[in-house]
Ligand binder design. Sequence first.
Ligand code: HAM
Length: 428
Amino acid sequence: MNDSAAKKKFQALNAPKGVQEYFPPNSHEFLAIREAFTRAAHQAGYEHIELPIFEDTNLFARGVGESTDVVSKEMYTFADRGGRSVTLRPEGTAGVIRSVIEHNLDRGQLPVKLVYAGPFFRYERPQAGRYRQLQQVGVEAVGVDDPYLDAEVIALADRCYRTVGLTGQRLELTSLGDGSDRPAYRAKLQEFLHTLPLDEETARRADLNPLRVLDDKRPEMQDMLADAPLMLDHLSDSSHEHFETVTGMLDDLGVEYVINPRMVRGLDYYTKTCFEFVHDGLGAQSGIGGGGRYDGLMAQLGGQDLSGIGFGLGVDRTLLALQAEGKSASDARRVDVYGVALGSEAKSRMARLVNELRAAGISVDMSYGDRGLKGAMKGADRAGAKFALVMGESELEAGNVALKDLAAHEQRNIALDAVVAELSNTLQ
Ligand code: HAM
């Protein structure tokens, strides 16, 4: 092996570009957010669903829409060793509906209420808050077209952010109409767009997916689009009534929102109610979560013609938003109790005590290696422990242990066989 080949072989490796990793102490925050979101969903009657990380590529082409950026530009698609085209899931809704259909979950009590959490993959240009492996907690309520359910889902998303202490989010809301009013609106919008001097690519988009043109962020486009007809002004009576019920219920629930009739979601399945939570502390990637109703998706994936509504909350971006607000979602405490044993005999006795404490449901760690008292106490500090248990030769001989209250700086000796009961009581 020549020099440079040897160097290469032993070079440290990096995680793939655009992939966010969470290690301590940030991983505490990450978990606290994800768990708070899923807990709030469980509390509202949503049950856990664990889905494949990769699916048949057709699922996303059919479910999410071939003209979306997500499908046309951002998918991690590859042939497996059997020659099948599979794709790392870019989002969760299509997979949930596929599973509901495949396992007949929609043949029982409706709505089917499901919650999921995990990584999703989009080959986007990485930047702050925009990752190629992104983390979401999502819910789907499938099988019932009821505006009160829309309000429940939105209020649940709102509660999720509140439970982690976030305050600077803004809920934006609109209606995208349904199968009865959307085609006429689409034609009207196209008619308007054809009067504009559009560049070639935008003109193509206007033919293929005119709603997406409204999302063009270029200032000159935004000027030209100022008078574009808006879906919200062209809703059918039933879509209008649906939307009015949703907003009325949100008012009753005290969930604040602003109507944004120009909202364009990046996925094609949406109908009627659509929403996004934005946070201004994040720069360009301000969307911390979003969702909406999808009337046609289930039928499009080969199931019954049932509607559904759900959301996906970005865990990565919620973490960044909390940091921007100078807040923390987690108690960074690693363990409540930390054992410090000096000498091998004490270490063996401490290891047994630690085991008993864990069996009693107490979080506890202990020092390893041959650190002196000072070094070991630093470990207790770093673990964020409330109590340290210190055992040297003299304690061992006397059959007790020194219990140090690290916040109060107090210390007393207690009998070894009383430790579990004593700490169980104090830490309750
Ligand atoms: P989405 O708006 O594409 O919706 O994604 C939901 C959230 O995921 C976004 O608001 C954002 O916080 C986060 N997110 C998306 N892309 C990235 C990225 N590249 N980096 C970091 N975070 C990102 C959906 O995925 C739908 N499945 C939500 C849904 C469920 N609609 C109905 N049911």
